[in-house]
Design a protein around this ligand. Structure first.
Ligand SMILES: Nc1ncnc2c1ncn2[C@@H]1O[C@H](COP(=O)(O)OP(=O)(O)OP(=O)(O)O)[C@@H](O)[C@H]1O
Length: 267
């Protein structure tokens, strides 16, 4: 056994872990190594059903790798990753199966179809209609139309539905993409730095949007560096560092943690 394999992180201050059967998402001892470098080091945390959680931490802390593990893009070397009260072992599923299970991911950069209308972007994303562009010309059911209207209300783009995706502002593209995720009705949304590059007003509106999505019953994990936004979310915060949990709690608790100040927030 090499030295690196013997290094286990200490339990983080403020950690409030649920048992396997209580948790929507359960990570225990998850380790990912790239060429001998530990991107995740015995990472353990849980997300409650219906919870929204913010994940912060310095560059290279392992936030992206953590999301890659949850979505099946990266396989852990060690550790457990379970969904839905321990019923589903995510390490045994591929990326498509994990999406089908109800875990949706929004990457940092918006990837809407720029040459299609905002409405067609959403139609394409609707469950069962994602296979090919010609699907958008099929007749929509009343239920699908109602769902599209609802999502437009939520993402506040109703009046922009006839515009081309490429004509939207950066913030509007991010909201449209969040709407496209919602069209798949995921139980858990993973959202990576949604407010990077947004104006202050867009940032505030995004916090409101995610709070509403969460209030509608979707669990949400948001990775973000913008502390004003994290404060606006008003949820429990997890700070990652060197691939494991450094601190967990309210934003006030986490930002008062000496180690978090030292490695991330600064004085
Ligand atoms: N495929 C890979 N091969 C080698 N090293 C990798 C790979 N992916 C990530 N890493 C390394 O693992 C560490 C964790 O990276 P990760 O991208 O998960 O951090 P992060 O917290 O998302 O950082 P950021 O805030 O900059 O996005 C980094 O040191 C990174 O260089």
């Amino acid at each position: 056994m090499s030295d690196i394999e013997t290094l286990e992180p200490a339990a983080a201050e403020g950690a409030a872990r649920k048992t396997l059967t209580e948790a929507l998402l359960y990570l225990d001892g998850v380790t990912v190594t790239f060429d001998g470098f530990r991107a995740l080091n015995a990472l353990s945390f849980t997300i409650d059903p219906g919870e929204m959680r913010a994940i912060i931490g310095p560059n290279g802390a392992g936030k992206t790798t953590m999301m890659d593990v949850i979505t099946g893009k990266t396989r852990p070397d060690k550790g457990d990753v379970f969904f839905d009260g321990g019923t589903t072992d995510l390490t045994k599923l591929d990326e498509t199966q994990i999406v089908t299970l109800g875990i949706g991911r929004k990457f940092q950069k918006p990837t809407v179809f720029e040459s299609h209308t905002v409405l067609d972007n959403l139609r394409l994303a609707l469950k069962g209609q994602r296979r090919a562009l010609p699907n958008i010309f099929r007749r929509e059911t009343a239920a699908a139309r109602e769902r599209i209207d609802e999502i437009f209300e939520t993402i506040k783009l109703t009046e922009h539905r006839g515009r081309l995706g490429g004509a939207l502002s950066h913030g509007q593209k991010q909201w449209l993409e969040i709407g496209m995720l919602l069209a798949q009705d995921p139980r858990l949304l993973l959202v990576d730095e949604p407010v990077a590059g947004m104006t202050d007003a867009e940032t505030a509106q995004t916090a409101e949007l995610l709070r509403e999505i969460n209030a509608n019953g979707h669990s949400v994990v948001v990775v973000e560096h913008d502390m004003t936004f994290v404060r606006d979310l008003g949820v429990r915060v997890l700070c990652l560092h060197e691939g494991s949990v450094l601190a967990e709690g309210t934003l006030d608790q986490v930002s008062a943690n000496e180690r978090v100040i030292e490695v991330y927030l600064g004085r």
